[in-house]
Design a protein around this ligand. Structure first.
Ligand code: 13P
Ligand code: SF4
Length: 305
């Protein structure tokens, strides 16, 4: 019997990979799609933590990561034993973890968030009088502490891609433009960059901001995130002057090496059942990791109502 294959791609993959997918989206959208997918095989053209999340939410399906090397620096910079000790040193706190984390990490968390819902979920917890610790992204957590005057203790890992965006390079790029200019940024970027931004949000949030932009059509809009999504933004608003934010003078060249491992050949092979199956998580591990993810999905239903 032919197997039903569903292919998912994150916005950071190359346009040709996005064209091979049934659904292109941000982390939250892809998790929800994976959960509902009536598929024998889910090919996840993204990175490992995303494929693991898909498997946890849809354990019946065979989930395949096209390239086994597609990791994420937020995962590799987090030692699980050290994280466990850190978590245990805050026994009266709620542990909120960004979805860019391993299954083991998720299992040590009370809530999972994505960049789409992190503001709302943490505001909800503070409104209930809870104390919160946040892992693993110190840039995202630092921004939340700054923006909302929280005092969350933070784990210290960074996205090696977004952490390269640089305030000095941005200032130089801004000075070189006489007319109007804007900056939109992903919250994984460093705080000095985020402080300059006209909008801070998830990949989908930034894409929507571009779609709805009704300012000066001659303005230059700098985008502080991985270069893949510039393709989607350009498709949506080809008339706008969209430029990736610089990481140093003259370099608008910041891409995620792990997302770019999703080559046409690797995705084609994965669609034929080859590649790396996410088959190493035990039922107990998946059950423990599913709880905080489901908590987030229930909370996020409002976005899809
Ligand atoms: P989004 O959740 O905004 O899609 O971001 C995922 C990611 O890996 C950003 O680097
Ligand atoms: Fe991880 Fe950064 Fe790549 Fe996103 S862009 S997958 S956070 S390394």
């Amino acid at each position: 019997m032919t197997k039903h294959v569903v292919t998912l791609a994150h916005y950071y993959t190359q346009p040709e990979i996005q064209h091979m997918a049934d659904k292109v989206g941000d982390s939250l959208e892809l998790s929800l799609y994976a959960k509902e997918a009536k598929a024998d095989i889910i090919v996840f053209a993204g990175v490992r933590f995303m494929a693991e999340t898909a498997k946890i939410l849809n354990p019946q399906a065979t989930v395949i990561l096209p390239n086994a090397g597609s990791t994420c620096s937020l995962v590799t910079q987090t030692d699980i034993k050290a994280l466990k000790n850190w978590r245990e040193s805050y026994p009266d706190h709620i542990h909120v973890s960004y979805i860019n984390s391993s299954a083991e990490h998720k299992a040590l968390s009370d809530w999972i968030v994505t960049s789409r819902n992190v503001d709302d979920i943490i505001a909800h917890l503070y409104a209930e009088g809870k104390k919160v610790i946040f892992s693993p992204d110190r840039n995202m957590g630092g921004y939340l502490n700054y923006q909302y005057h929280y005092d969350m203790p933070l784990w210290s890992a960074v996205c090696e891609v977004h952490d390269k965006f640089n305030e000095t390079a941005l200032n130089e790029a801004f000075v070189a433009i006489n007319g109007e200019k804007y900056l939109i940024a992903h919250p994984e970027s460093p705080l000095p960059v985020l402080k300059k931004a006209d909008y801070v949000g998830s990949t989908s949030g930034m894409l929507n901001w571009i779609k709805q932009f009704n300012g000066n059509q001659q303005a230059v809009i700098f985008v502080a995130t991985e270069d893949g999504i510039l393709y989607n933004m350009g498709l949506a608003r080809p008339e706008l002057d969209l430029r990736q934010a610089p990481i140093y003078a003259g370099c608008q060249c910041n891409s995620c090496p792990y997302m770019k491992m999703n080559t046409i050949e690797a995705v084609k092979l994965a669609q034929q059942g080859q590649g790396e199956p996410i088959d190493y998580l035990s039922a107990t591990q998946m059950d423990a990791a599913r709880l905080p993810i489901e908590r987030m999905l229930k909370f996020s239903e409002r976005y899809y109502a």
